[in-house]
Write a protein that binds this ligand. Sequence first.
Ligand code: ADP
Length: 206
Amino acid sequence: MADRLKTVLLFGAPGAGKGTQGSLLGSIPGYFHMSTGDMFRSLDKESELGQIFFEYSSKGELVPDEVTLELWHTYVHAQAILGMYKPYSDLLILDGIPRTVAQTTLMEQYINVLGVVHLSAVNPDDMIARLQNRALEQNRVDDAKEDIIRNRLEIYERETRPVLNHYDQSIVHEIDAIGTLGGVLSNILKVVAPIQDTCHTKPAEV
Ligand code: ADP
């Protein structure tokens, strides 16, 4: 990789609305939204990787770092080859990765994190309610049961939140996750639009 990929991280606990905001952002030209939750769910359930994913996600646990990183890299590379993601001009919006400090370190060779959007201030009961509603709507096994959700929230606090400390606090932006879709999106855009403006300069290769 000649140049590291220009990246913004969408960060927040399960149920904070990263996926929804990420897809809205991804519908705007110049942003490429990549969710590792979606990536894993798109795997063939009969495949070896699909089985590994099911084994962990059904308990609310994280897939091991090496497997996750390898799949993530292959996925981003494939999207670039297919022309869906244009590393030269697009800002990469990562949703769901890095999710551990080890992933953060492993990814440093590939991504240049220019901003971190932290969707915060959601209380656990709101998040549990959101996740349970979504589980019913989308038939998601990992979000249906309260004890599994609580496990995901605990893992978030223990494994994922420390990732925030890895970055210079000047690039970490706290955004209130409670509000209308448009209101939250508008606050996210205030952070990412100026970053995206700087993305047309230097080419990058995956
Ligand atoms: P969503 O937020 O869309 O529900 P998640 O991002 O929570 O989806 O991902 C669903 C599951 O996929 C997680 O519980 C975990 O098992 C796995 N997963 C997603 N991203 C990662 C990651 N970066 N590292 C390890 N496991 C991951």
